[in-house]
Structure formats: structure tokens, C-alpha cells
Design a protein around this ligand. Sequence first.
Ligand SMILES: Cc1ncc(C[n+]2csc(CCOP(=O)(O)OP(=O)(O)O)c2C)c(N)n1
Length: 390
Amino acid sequence: MYAHKRNTDIDSWNEEMITPKLFIEKLRAEGVDFYTGVPDSLLKNVCAYITDNVDERHNIIAANEGGAVALAAGYHLATGKVGCVYMQNSGEGNAVNPLASLTDKEVYHIPVLLLIGWRGRPGVHDEPQHVKQGKITTGLLNVMGINYEVLSKEEAQATKQIEKAMCCIRETGDAYALVIEKDTFDSYILQNTVKNDYSMSREEAIRIVAASLPSNAVIVSTTGMISRELFEYRTARGQGHERDFLTVGSMGHASQIALGIALHHPERKVYCFDGDGASIMHMGNMAIVGSKHPENYVHVIFNNGAHDSVGGQPTVGHEIDLVEIAHAMHYDHAECVWTPEQLKEALDDMFTQGLQLIEIRVKKGNRKDLGRPTTTPIQNKEALMEFLKK
Ligand SMILES: Cc1ncc(C[n+]2csc(CCOP(=O)(O)OP(=O)(O)O)c2C)c(N)n1
């Protein structure tokens, strides 16, 4: 394995990095040929390399990290081989259940190699939602009895760590984790980008929907760029942020936060701004929305068929029919649009009562100078709660 000297960033010119290609080749040499997981920004380069170079039967982008652990378990049952599960540390929570009740040695004792991106590592500046998770990342592994090492950025050391991890897995049959810090992997640009001919950007769609809402409406927006773009929209219009709950963590749960608000504020429209990746991550949540059936709820899914916020790896968002799913889950009205004109027309209809879903097919990508919320999560919560009292 080779490590590269970075020469693009003067402040860290002497830091080393591992090339994704050689990391994956080393794993292959150790017998690892099956990958599954949910992409992460810190693992963006290695996830992109896997997406481009591992066939679809051997790399499955899972709905959520728990599903990925279970898929790797199934792969082991079928082949006797060890699967590799990649995830951001935010996904450890989703993975805890199958790690403790499926792969654990006190249950089925199924080996698995975990690659965990360590956002919010103590001492490294990161967004508020990553700080807590960063503090408990290795503690969670300790409490589950999972051996781990922080992967070195230095080639010889990293090579030895992979050998040690695989040797440990072979000898014990236990799960083992390699925890990956920021800037461990050298750049790799995804070649197999999702084919998507839609022309409207997510940001344009967000602007159109946000501009159409009644003044007492509330928006609960999902993790990643959607919340950042909504925040910037309010700032650009000189509006406050009190109507918006920006769900910076808890990917896949925005629709339930919105449900909790909608059921207890029937006098207001509540909009959930969801992503395809996020809604698929916990799709069962839609069944609960449908069953509780708030008449003041509008579920808006900005569907770019990708985990755009963390590197653009594909989701199954463009392979499934969200409108049919919404109908099956007893939403009153659901439609799919992909042009600004269609969207504006659909929004006019939204002012009638009933549980509604609007799927907006959008292109991938975001503005390069997109900022981040400047309010803290607690300020966001307090402002929204005040707004709801009015
Ligand atoms: C449980 C969990 N897993 C992974 C992540 C990392 N992550 C942040 S945003 C994102 C992609 C979201 O995709 P989507 O909902 O389709 O929205 P898009 O970014 O495409 O607008 C991922 C995987 C996370 N925050 N939480």
C-alpha cells in the first residue's frame, strides 16, 4: 500500500494519506470481497472507489447501517466469508441492535469488518451534531466488546493494521472495527455517477416550496444539504429561522418529528422536507404518518437518487415509486413533479386539506459556497418552540 504526501493544502503538507485503491486491494488480498453500508463524507473517497470498482452484487448501499450489518451477516451465512460494512459514526446507533443481537459472540457469532468514519473526533473541529457522536464513537465499540484500531494514515502501519484486523477476525470470529479519521484517504472522484436528467436543482425546488407556505407553517427539514439550503434561503430573504426545525442529525427521522408537531398543532400546516436517502433509511416512518393521518401534513421528498450530501453515491430513490408507496400508506394525495411549473401547480393544490406527499425529482449537486447554519441546535429548538406558542 502506498501513502501520498498531500501537496494541495499548505497547512498539512506533511500529512500522509492512503490511496483508496490500495486500501481496497489490501482488503481483497485478505479475502474481503463484499461491501455494504451507508456512505459517509470522511469515507467519501473510499466509498466512491468501491462504488466504481466493486460489482453491484458485492457492494450494496444499504437503507441504513443496521441493515448493512445484517446484509454482511447474510453474506457470511451464504459464503463463510467476512463482509465489510462502511458507515459514518452517526450510523453506529442504527448498527447497535444487529451488532449486539445478531453478530455478537453471545448470539450467532458472525464475523464482520466495520469501517467507521470518525466525525467529531475530540480535538477536531466539527458541526454540533457530530461532537457528541465523536465523543462516544470508541466507547460504544468498547461497551459492545468490539475490538478496534484507529487506522493510521501511514502506509506501512495501515497495512499491518489491516492484517491484524483480519487475523483477529479469523482467529476469534468476532466483529472488528477500523475507525477512520478525517483525511485518511487520498482523493478519488466517483466515475459511476447516478444518471439523472432532471434540470431543477434541489435549492431551486426548496426556494419554490418555502416561498409558497402560509406564514404560520412549520418546516422540519432533514440532515445534510437540504437543511443548509433552507437556512440560506431564509437568510437571503432576511427572514428569521424560527419556522424551521433543521434536523442536523437523526437521519431519516425528520418525518416523525414533523408528525409529532402536526398531531399537536392541527391548526398549522407542517411540512417535512425529506431526502430520498433519508426517507429510505427509515421508510417505515411513512407508514406511521399514514396511519396517524394528520390532515395538516405535507411530506416533500427532494429526490436526486443519491446521497448527495456525502459524495453522491446512489440510493434506490429513482428505482422506486414514492407516489405509489405514499398511496399504499394511506396518504390522501401524492404526486411526482420535476419542473418548476409542475411544482408550483402541485403546491397550489396543497392548500386543500389532507395528508399529502410531493416527490420532486431534482438534479444532483449544490452550490460550492453553501454555508452552514449559524444558529446552534438549542437556539433552533427554542426559537421554534416560541414560534409554535404564537
Ligand atoms: C445515521 C446516519 N448515517 C449516515 C449519515 C451521513 N449522511 C449525512 S447526509 C447523508 C445523505 C442524505 O441523502 P439524502 O437524504 O438523499 O439527501 P441529499 O444529501 O441527497 O440531499 C448521509 C448518508 C448520517 N448523518 N446519519
